[in-house]
Design a binder for this molecule. Structure first.
Ligand code: ZN
Length: 272
């Protein structure tokens, strides 16, 4: 069996308490080898300054969150999304991110055209892929739980994401987040199918009952997801990367960030 991948701190986990600079410092103090910044925090710190600080701290950047959000009601909106993704590619390259995580976007406001929105995602990806390839930035499609299909991601399963990777080719990959894939009866087969295209593995937990579909994620071990089983599937497919803890939670955001990070570390050891 492969050794368990080390921990990476997705900065959303301590979103309300720490700047990116504090996250970098926190990773060092807590002995966490990886970090995954969100773009707002990165831009707030300044990309060049952040890149230098991350490099000097010796941190692996398991991903940059996030690009995507391609569907829009009109051509100008779709073009703006593509431009924004080009900026995200530059940022990912600047900080040496192992991938740019993409949340592909939901239905344009007022639209019921789901196949049309999925086509906009594919067209958007095709438009940015040449820049991504030239920059050496891997585009990691993150399928989201189908409950977010309307407003966040018309890409709902790993299988669907891999179909897109098959269609688009080199430079595309998938990000598996246990929160989004755990329910899927095809998850083992699709992880296997992903193989070397599995670019990131995000951990958190599904609480019962869950009170908010976006901001009520659980700490690993507090919910119903068999995280070690999913990690086993990822490892069987060849995944050797970091386990990125990504907890969007109003409950955890209200806690002391050092305490949150300490518990993440403990649960990485015991519940992942
Ligand atoms: Zn994720």
């Amino acid at each position: 069996m492969a050794a368990k991948g080390g921990l990476s701190l997705n900065t959303a986990t301590v979103r309300d308490a720490w700047t990116l600079e504090q996250c970098i410092d926190g990773c060092q103090r807590h002995g966490i080898p990886g970090i995954a910044p969100w773009r707002d925090k990165l831009q707030e710190m300044g990309v060049a300054r952040a890149a230098k600080a991350i490099r000097e701290a010796g941190l692996v950047v398991s991903g940059l969150c996030r690009g995507g959000m391609f569907p829009a009601a009109d051509e100008a909106g779709r073009r703006a999304a593509i431009e924004d993704n080009r900026c995200a590619i530059d940022e990912a390259q600047a900080i040496g991110a192992q991938c740019l995580v993409l949340v592909c976007g939901g239905l344009p406001p007022g639209s019921k055209d789901l196949p049309g929105a999925r086509n906009m995602v594919q067209d958007g990806l095709a438009a940015i892929l040449p820049e991504a390839r030239a920059a050496g930035v891997l585009l990691a499609l993150e399928p989201l739980h189908p409950m977010t299909c309307a407003d966040r991601s018309v890409l709902a399963t790993l299988g669907q994401a891999l179909d897109l990777c098959d269609a688009l080719g080199e430079g595309t990959a998938v990000a598996a987040d246990v929160y989004h894939v755990w329910w899927d009866p095809q998850v083992a087969a699709q992880m296997q199918r992903a193989g070397s295209r599995l670019a990131a593995f995000h951990v958190c937990d599904w609480l019962v009952p869950t009170t908010d579909t976006v901001f009520d994620r659980g700490m690993p071990g507090d919910g119903v997801i068999d995280i070690p089983a999913l990690r086993g599937m990822a490892e069987a497919a060849g995944y050797r990367g970091l386990l990125e803890v990504e907890i969007l939670s109003r409950t955890w955001w209200a806690r002391d960030p050092d305490e949150v990070v300490r518990i993440c570390k403990e649960r990485h050891a015991t519940a992942c």
